[in-house]
Design a protein around this ligand. Structure first.
Ligand code: CTP
Ligand code: K
Ligand code: MG
Length: 176
């Protein structure tokens, strides 16, 4: 999940400038996505996520960490892009609900990147004819389900943790 977890904090560090929605509003008069979703954050976040993924591929190979899944260019790109795509889709619905940029939306804020990254990775593996990647990297259904549960438990903790650190360092305006 490293290529999925990195893009969000990377976007927070690199973001700014032109918003993805170019400042446009939806029919409800509110911003389509808002100023919290910028092109620099989106593209920078995906690139940094891919770089971490490439390092992960290198380290897993180098130190023969065979208990870890074997990432490919397709899996790291789709995890990184899916994380920020999920984040943008969440912002779209946040604006439609009348919540301002940066407002709290507990469950959605924590799982947007998890759902976005895993759904896009699955689609990317399907489209590229590599859906067998799951069976190749997970010995049993039990191991796969255990991994999913670990992701569901760890993700909110990591999300909370990095946001509190970002807040304390003055990089984020709010600790969520
Ligand atoms: N960011 C960005 N571009 C993105 C995602 C994030 O520039 N595609 C930056 C923005 O500066 C944003 C910060 O990272 O404020 C934190 O991201 P996030 O918490 O996802 O955005 P919010 O400001 O909370 O906006 P929203 O309410 O739309 O989630
Ligand atoms: K987010
Ligand atoms: Mg936020």
């Amino acid at each position: 999940m490293i290529p999925a977890y990195i893009p969000n904090p990377a976007a927070a560090l690199l973001g700014g400038g032109t918003p993805v929605d170019f400042g446009r509003c939806a029919k409800d008069g509110r911003r389509i996505l808002g100023d919290g979703k910028t092109w620099r954050g989106l593209i920078g976040g995906i690139i940094v996520g891919i770089i971490f993924g490439l390092v992960q591929i290198f380290l897993v190979d180098c130190f023969q960490l065979d208990f870890l899944p074997k990432h490919t260019l397709v899996t790291i790109f789709s995890l990184a892009a899916g994380a920020l795509l999920g984040d943008m889709i969440k912002s779209y619905f946040k604006r439609r609900m009348g919540k301002d940029r940066g407002a709290k939306w507990p469950i959605a804020d924590m799982y947007d990147m998890v759902v976005g990254s895993l759904v896009l990775m699955t689609l990317a593996l399907l489209v590229t004819g590599n859906i067998g990647w799951f069976a190749e990297n997970f010995d049993s259904a039990g191991f796969f389900i255990a991994t999913l549960i670990a992701i569901l438990i760890l993700s909110p903790l990591l999300h909370r943790g990095t946001n509190i650190i970002g807040y304390l360092l003055g990089l984020k305006d709010v600790p969520w």
